[in-house]
Design a protein around this ligand. Sequence first.
Ligand code: ADP
Ligand code: TYD
Length: 203
Amino acid sequence: MFITFEGIDGSGKSTQAKTLVSTLQAQGKSCIWTREPGGSEGAEVIRKLLVEGDPDRWSAETEILLFNAARRDHLEKTIDPALRRGATVICDRFVDSTRVYQGVARADLRPLVDLIHETMIQREADLTFIIDIDPEIALNRGLARKSGEDRFEDMGLGFQKCLRAGFLELAEQHPDRCCIIDGGQSIEAVERAILHAYTRVTS
Ligand code: ADP
Ligand code: TYD
């Protein structure tokens, strides 16, 4: 099973993706955690180009190509081999981020994002958790980390609001696999909501 976590910056995706991996591993399931951009040696090199530096370092079109180059390597080296050996793959961001960041918020390029995805990647998640949260809360959480990877956070609050709307619209377009989780709750309450939804889908 291929499970993805999506949402705006600082919504709690990484925290929750890692917790779900630990919970499933504790149940004896074969399960790996991975992330985008990154998740393989080559894709991590491309990640640095994308998340560091000036907000206008790349155009939205160039970003689409870089994210897809990273994703193709990630798919070949990490995701597909794990799925082939029967593991559950839990991925912090995947193509829905490109659909919303480059397809809606950075530019109006959704058809181009979908075309490149269909041509070069094809893989879709079986289950996607969209962690929904007020962008002001998320931005404060995210920037408080001071990770040095703040190129997208630096695009500002208006950008994060547009992303939030984009993710909610995406969930409406794919109700079969998308599950919206309220990220404004405590870490433990979000964990419970995710586990509840996972159990409902898999049992
Ligand atoms: P993302 O991966 O979506 O950017 P993170 O999981 O890295 O988000 O969380 C961003 C910050 O907010 C981290 O410092 C994390 O510990 C904190 N955090 C995550 N979830 C919650 C929550 N439900 N309540 C309060 N703080 C949280
Ligand atoms: P990530 O490290 O997940 O950021 P955060 O922890 O702040 O949520 O991702 C890095 C940034 O890359 C993030 O701001 C979202 C952006 N991104 C895109 O714009 N398009 C994409 O396809 C992906 C995967 C990420």
